[in-house]
Design a protein around this ligand. Structure first.
Ligand code: AHZ
Length: 305
């Protein structure tokens, strides 16, 4: 079949077509660069192709089953596991940055490789990534390979939507008859709007309701630990501060303590250190991945109640 296609193209395009091109072979596709032309398009068609989908998604995900705040290694791991395990759930990921990954595009101090302590190797095999086995730990050759693979596998799931360049600015709360409150969703704004609240007149936010929130906004920093800090500000949660670096203590305690920290709000990854004072672990990512996995399980416990 391929031979016939090549012959046909040769006839159509004369001698310009090079069927022996290693590039054409590599992508199982052939182009004749002399007669090459894209299919026609009108500019408004491109705009409509994007906007109609974006607004349909905003409409659809305004009522989500689970919202995940932060698309770093913990948030994306939670989204992947949850989205794969429960195709019936609508999962919205809200990421303040344009790009996903948080602190995970490089291994540490701008070095590229990513270190994960065992038993997080199981998750890396699940993603189908190659790694070097160093005994107690494994190494993926580039952290960007890990996070982009995780992201693409997560976003390929039909029940997961990423709203990037979108900031969670507040939480939605509900109070039941006994006066107890729980988290019932998030308040969002485009990040560029959030950054201009001081110099532009009021630009009200948008909302997403959901039964469970998984907050993975990382440790305190310019944007980190958002949900923990917001609840602490209101006296609904005690805020502690991240402890100093201790890889051995940090990774176990983050995973073990990944839990519902306030009704309806599960906290995972390094945001948890601002809640419980866990040590930081530096550039070893096994706990982020497995905290995400545990957060997915905790979310289902809350959701299925
Ligand atoms: O942009 C943030 C990042 O991508 C996003 N984020 C923060 N505030 C947000 C908000 N709304 C929406 N209000 C928000 N998104 O959350 C993401 C957090 O990713 P991260 O990589 O910083 O956190 P993580 O817990 O997934 O991974 C932590 C990685 C670290 S830090 C560390 C150390 O300091 O020792 N060690 C490791 C492994």
């Amino acid at each position: 079949e391929k031979k016939m296609l090549l012959a046909k193209l040769s006839l159509k395009h004369g001698n310009h077509f090079n069927s022996k091109s290693p590039v054409a072979k590599a992508i199982s596709s052939v182009y004749d660069w002399d007669t090459f032309k894209f299919a026609p398009i009108r500019e408004s068609t491109v705009s409509r192709a994007m906007t109609k989908r974006y607004f349909a998604d905003l409409d659809n995900y305004a009522e989500s089953d689970v919202v995940i705040v932060g698309a770093g290694s913990a948030g994306l791991s939670a989204a992947y596991v949850l989205g794969k395990a429960r195709p019936d759930l609508k999962i919205a990921i809200i990421e303040a940055n344009v790009a996903v990954g948080g602190g995970c595009f490089l291994g540490g101090q701008l070095f590229s490789a990513m270190v994960l302590r065992k038993p997080a190797d199981t998750f890396i095999r699940e993603l189908g990534l190659e790694y070097e086995d160093e005994g107690d730990y494994i190494v993926v050759k580039h952290a960007a390979l890990f996070i982009t693979t995780l992201c693409s596998k997560t976003l390929a799931l039909p029940n997961v939507k990423l709203f990037n360049a979108t900031c969670v600015e507040d939480l939605i709360t509900r109070t039941d008859e006994s006066g107890d409150s729980r988290i019932a969703g998030v308040v969002t704004n485009w990040t560029l709007v959030s950054m201009h609240h001081d110099d532009q007149s009021c630009m009200d936010p948008n909302t997403i309701n959901s039964k469970v929130i998984i907050s993975c906004t990382g440790h305190d920093g310019p944007m980190g630990a958002f949900c923990v800090k917001r609840l602490a500000e209101l006296g609904l949660l005690k805020r502690n501060h991240m402890g100093c670096l201790d890889m051995n203590r940090a990774e176990d305690s983050i995973v073990k303590n990944t839990r519902e920290v306030f009704p309806g709000l599960i906290c995972a990854g390094m945001e948890l250190s601002e809640c419980d004072s866990h040590n930081r672990m530096g550039p070893t990512f096994g706990a982020m991945v497995l905290s995400g996995v545990k957060a997915a399980e905790e979310a289902l416990n809350v959701y299925d109640l």
